[in-house]
Design a protein around this ligand. Structure first.
Ligand code: 1GP
Length: 245
């Protein structure tokens, strides 16, 4: 089954969790072990990526170890055309629609498209939108951050993503954000769009995750929690069961 079909099929039945693994944060073997825990805890897919400086060899090895350790779909979450691995099942073919840098909107995509074609990885068309505070990805991506106090701007961007033909939209507060995307933004966006809504950045607790899915998020992404947690299994179980309740 294609990964996009899997995502659409799953979101029609339940809320999803995706675990984000940054290849820079651990050795490839350890990434494989984390993926095993994610699968055992009921996560639905593994995203692989980070916003800065990933080396191709480290990425390749990380994806390979993850694939050997789990049957979950592996989806690249690239910061540019240089971070593509042929070992992944799919790649978010994403445009940061609120970036002032044309390279983030379409430039990297033009460089990456023939590479993806040659590697035969499934592209998953996604609108990627950075909400305040945006953290590193907002700064590096030169984003005109979507304001937390005015949901209508987020609604306009998400609707634009849908009308441009994108199949997914991702509202991102930035990795390590002190607070996730506000629930009133999620609610307003969800009322206005028909494509699955991914939400990430600053989600640390089952309560955070629960509030976001109640407001309308279809897919919850957690990254930092996976890197920081000593008792990863307990932490993930709590978050994932709150999402799937
Ligand atoms: C980053 O939204 C993801 O792209 C994950 O954020 O690291 O804060 O979980 P966290």
């Amino acid at each position: 089954m294609k990964v996009m079909d899997y995502i659409y099929d799953m979101v029609s039945k339940e809320k999803l969790h995706m675990g984000l693994i940054d290849p820079d944060e651990q050795e490839p073997e350890e990434a494989g072990e984390i993926a095993e825990v994610l699968e055992a805890c009921g996560s639905d897919a593994i995203m692989i990526g980070g916003s800065t400086g990933i080396k191709k060899e480290q990425l390749d090895m990380t994806v390979k170890h993850i694939k050997e350790s789990t049957d979950l779909p592996t989806i690249l979450f690239p910061c540019g055309a240089s971070t593509i691995s042929q070992h992944a099942d799919a790649i978010y073919f994403m445009s940061m629609l609120n970036s002032r840098d044309l390279g983030k909107v379409v430039g990297e995509q033009v460089i990456g498209a023939p590479i993806i074609k040659k590697m035969n990885i499934e592209p998953l068309s996604m609108g990627y939108l950075i909400v305040e505070p945006g953290m590193t990805v907002g700064r590096v991506g030169k984003a005109d951050l979507l304001p937390r106090n005015d949901p209508s701007i987020s609604v306009s961007y998400c609707l634009a993503a849908q009308y441009l033909g994108m199949k997914l939209v991702y509202l991102e507060a930035g990795s390590g954000a002190p607070e996730p995307v506000p629930t009133n933004i999620i609610r307003s966006v969800k009322e206005n769009i028909d494509i699955p809504l991914i939400v990430g950045g600053g989600i640390r607790t089952p309560e955070d995750a629960k509030q976001l899915v109640k407001a309308g998020a279809d897919i919850i992404v957690t990254g930092t929690v996976i890197e920081e947690s000593e008792k990863l299994e307990n932490k993930l179980m709590g978050i994932i069961s709150a999402i799937k309740e």
